[in-house]
Design a binder for this molecule. Sequence first.
Ligand code: GRF
Length: 213
Amino acid sequence: MSGHTRIKTKVAILISGRGSNMRTLIQAANDPAYPAEIIGVFSNRADAAGLDHAKQQGIQTAVISHKDFDSREAFCEALDSTLEAWGTELICLAGYMRIHSDAFAQKWVGKMLNIHPSLLPSFKGLNPQQQALDAGVRISGATVHEVTPELDAGRPVLHGVVPVLDSDDAERLGARILKVEHQIYPIALKQYIENSGNNDVAAADKAQFIWPQ
Ligand code: GRF
């Protein structure tokens, strides 16, 4: 079957802010040969800048504020209903700043990816760029990983590597990492879709790391 006629995986993107990684995924998915279709963008914040871009691209959006719910569980149930109504098959978190309920995370295990600005399993959680500087490491980068109930602990799918320079502060290092994030997320999503349900070990091993020249 040609790349133009095969069925694309239906991907929803979850954001909370700027949405620059979301943009790269939308752009990649505009290629008819790309294996994913971005079917919706969800934000827990109405002021997330990425929402406007998604709308301009003709992608449906939904906003549900976590502040309108008494519990994490109730919020995640509302989120889940939205994703199900869209026919979501795979979720990409892209700067989404909410921790999931266990039930939500369990339900989507193997069907949810995130991007994190460190070489996981190092420097989980908040301010990973500063954590890398404080640790004195000489390389850092970004990781696309599977999402599990434990924060930033799922299997890495793809790493992008950058040097850490003596002159770096968290902002400069973060900007260098963000560039590599934009390179690896579309590649990781493509590889993940193409390798899922595929017992070909050689194909799965294609997911390694990227060190931009
Ligand atoms: C990125 O650094 C991502 O790795 C982290 O949050 C940031 C989101 O940036 N999870 P953007 O909204 O994609 O521009």
